[in-house]
Write a protein that binds this ligand. Structure first.
Ligand SMILES: C[S@@+](CC[C@H](N)C(=O)[O-])C[C@H]1O[C@@H](n2cnc3c(N)ncnc32)[C@H](O)[C@@H]1O
Length: 398
């Protein structure tokens, strides 16, 4: 599978992989994070089931006459969300860095309360809940379909109390208070509330436990009408801030994030990419055992700094899921982001950066292995190159 895929002009194997699967306490980040641009290779431990699913779907596709299929036509092709998560996300790595940043810049306590803005299928939030029963997560996104997919496919795997420790909100990051809680399966919620009566339950914050019928009303709540724990960490990953095109919107969004962070100190973390390769037409691909992932970047407009990115997947010999995801992005520069964070009230801002493999090279095993060892470093200066990825960390209230 995938071997018969037409090779693109610039075939590029990103070398960032998932390392050890256990969180190591923030001293070092063995798990590297994810991004759409820098797709990690699949990791057996995380994706055994997933590979099986994709392979099964691929087998079913073998007899089907292919060609480029619109996503409504693909029938048994795996869900685009499923392929996306396998291709571009590695939440353990992101969480390692989040924890490391919190301990470095805030410290004094363990971060427990996460908000994932632009959360999509909230895989990161789901992983966050996994590792510590005291943790809570809030996800916010405009796309109801991805939020509902999360409840059914991610949160459902996390165990009995997952539903009570995560709340998903459907709405705009520019108006978070108006975002509505995505209805969970009410019977799951009632059951979980009996199991989880401690204060790590977000559901108990919005529901009267003595009156389960109250849940129905609460499920229509907005973010402003419920009591939520002050967030220790807020993140916006996979270049999501590039969805905001106007400077005043970026500042407004950062202000909302700042206000939701704990007065005892908290961090906002976003990622951004750049380099000369990010400012031109570019097509990258990465092969997975049972499908191929494509990143397609249209011409870059240097006046508006905008581009359009499409993600495509090929599964099976001829099945192409084109434009599974399309993003219209303004590629913010790091100094622009820093200025906006400062304007929004953040006290200090830190840039962690990592050079990426050259997009012009064809990629081979050697390059791949060497690249696995490259980690993010906090830097004040970094010379322009072909491709880089960065975390920008805003520290509040310390
Ligand atoms: C590039 S995806 C990132 C998804 C996820 N954070 C990840 O790491 O893969 C961008 C997400 O932002 C959402 N989005 C775009 N503009 C938004 C807005 N103004 N408010 C809330 N969500 C938004 C989209 O629906 C999409 O799910």
């Amino acid at each position: 599978m995938g071997k018969s895929g037409k090779k693109t002009k610039e075939s590029h194997r990103h070398g960032r992989g998932r390392g050890a699967s256990h969180f190591r306490g923030g001293d070092d980040c063995d798990d590297l994070p994810s991004s759409a641009y820098d797709a990690p290779p699949p990791h057996r431990e995380d994706s055994d089931d997933d590979d099986t699913d994709v392979a099964a779907a691929e087998d079913e596709q073998e007899d089907v006459d292919g060609g480029d299929l619109d996503q409504r036509q693909v029938g048994s092709m795996p869900s685009k969300f499923h392929l996306y998560q396998l291709s571009v996300q590695s939440p353990k790595g992101d969480i390692s860095y989040l924890q490391k940043f919190f301990l470095m810049y805030v410290g004094g306590r363990v971060p427990l309360h996460l908000q994932e803005d632009f959360c999509g299928t909230a895989l990161l939030s789901t992983e966050w809940l996994h590792s510590d029963a005291r943790r809570t997560a809030i996800g916010l996104d405009l796309d109801l379909e991805s939020l509902e997919w999360c409840l059914e496919n991610n949160l459902s795997k996390i165990g009995a109390d997952g539903y009570s420790r995560m709340l998903l909100f459907h709405g705009n990051v520019l108006q978070p208070n108006e975002a509505c809680i995505v209805k969970q399966n009410i019977s799951d919620l009632v059951q979980d509330m009996h199991i989880n009566n401690d204060n790590s339950s977000l559901a108990s914050n919005i529901c009267d436990q003595s009156d389960p019928t109250n849940l129905k009303c609460s499920a229509n709540s907005t973010m402003s009408s419920v009591t939520l724990p002050a967030r220790d960490i807020i993140c916006a990953f996979n270049y999501s801030c590039c969805c905001l095109h106007r400077r005043k919107d970026l500042v407004l969004y950062f202000r909302h994030a700042f206000n939701a962070l704990s007065k005892r100190g908290g961090i906002f973390v976003m990622d951004v990419y750049g380099g000369t390769s990010s400012e031109r037409k570019l097509r990258l691909q990465r092969r997975f055992p049972s499908f191929t992932y494509f990143w397609e970047q249209e011409e870059f407009d240097i006046i508006s700094r905008q581009t359009r990115i499409s993600l495509h997947f090929q599964a099976g010999k001829k099945q192409m899921l084109r434009h599974a995801f399309t993003y219209h992005w303004r590629l913010w520069s790091i100094p622009e982001i820093k200025d906006c964070l400062e304007e929004a009230g953040f006290k200090s801002i830190h840039t962690w950066i990592r050079e990426m493999p050259n997009t012009q090279s064809s990629g081979n095993a050697k390059e791949y292995n060497a690249d696995r060892d490259v980690k993010y470093e906090e830097l004040q200066h970094f010379s322009q190159g072909d491709a880089w990825n960065a975390y920008v960390v805003g520290v509040a209230n310390v």
